[in-house]
Design a protein around this ligand. Structure first.
Ligand SMILES: [Zn+2]
Length: 122
């Protein structure tokens, strides 16, 4: 499953960031996923639950921000939203366009950590 590989590479970054912040654990991981990135949010969640136990992100909340896919039509300069696919027909002039302006995102948007200092008063 390709989502496991995505989570594993995200964890590489998460471990590095956690270390850089002196964090003892990760509370929240926010990932930004484009509508046509080819990643299933549910599969990503499943992979996260499967891969994180025993590591720094164990028990962290995975939040997924879905980015709608926007395509630009060069023929009539319209922008339109698509749900899926690879080649898109402009709803205004029917020209085909592959000029995707958003929707292919697959990135770590934000991390929230607990550091030993922030837990000291607890
Ligand atoms: Zn058009």
């Amino acid at each position: 499953m390709h989502e496991v590989g995505i989570i594993e590479s995200a964890l590489t970054v998460i471990r590095r960031e956690a270390h850089a912040h002196g964090a003892s654990r990760v509370d929240r991981v926010v990932m930004r996923i484009g509508a046509i990135s080819g990643v299933e949010p549910e599969a990503l969640r499943f992979a996260f639950e499967a891969v994180t136990p025993g590591g720094i992100a164990e028990g962290a909340v995975l939040e997924i921000e879905l980015v709608p896919a926007r395509v630009h039509c060069r023929a009539c300069a319209a922008d339109f939203t698509v749900e899926s696919g690879f080649i898109f027909a402009c709803p205004h002039c029917q020209a085909l366009s592959g000029d995707v302006r958003s929707g292919r995102e697959l990135e770590l948007a934000r991390l929230e950590f607990s550091t030993p200092a922030s837990n000291a008063h607890a």
